[in-house]
Design a protein around this ligand. Structure first.
Ligand code: HEC
Length: 121
């Protein structure tokens, strides 16, 4: 077991190098995800979505991780979601009704749809 530690003198150079690469990759990718989530949170605040939605907890509407999970791999859904963000609707997640959000610009609706779909559940 000892030779599996990057700090142990017995571990091979290849293994140390590999560990470093993996560590850097993980660090980089998690940073990227946080930056995207921050951007989404900001848009959710300025467009008043936070009254009903959170990224990782159910409030009135579905949380956005559930939304990302539901549409994973569906390449046709981006426009549909962007339209629904402005138009509202009901029936997909239950009986609750999402009112239209006319304050949202087309650009913001599209960015939010994109950011929601790229969340990693
Ligand atoms: C008054 C509460 C309310 C507000 C404000 C609200 N939503 Fe919703 N949202 C809901 C409800 C309820 C649903 C579930 C609708 C359904 O089942 O079809 C929903 C569904 C969604 C969905 C999933 C749509 C689908 O068809 O799967 C997305 C994405 C979404 N909202 C984004 C947003 C964004 C972005 C905003 C801010 C501009 C926002 N919502 C503002 C209540 C709200």
């Amino acid at each position: 077991m000892n030779n599996l530690s990057i700090f142990s003198p017995g571990s091979s150079l290849t293994f140390r190098f590999f560990s470093l690469v993996v560590f850097t990759a993980v660090l980089f990718s998690s940073k990227q995800v946080y930056a995207e989530n921050d951007q989404l949170k900001k848009l959710m605040q300025t467009n008043n979505c936070v009254a009903c939605h959170q990224i990782d907890k159910r409030k009135y509407g579905p949380n956005f991780l559930e939304v990302a999970e539901k549409y994973k791999g569906d390449s046709t859904v981006l426009d549909k979601l962007a339209t629904k963000i402005k138009a509202g609707g009901t029936g997909v997640w239950g009986e609750d009704y999402m009112p239209p959000q006319p304050q949202v610009s087309d650009a913001d609706a599209k960015s939010m749809a994109q950011l929601i779909l790229s969340l990693k559940p």
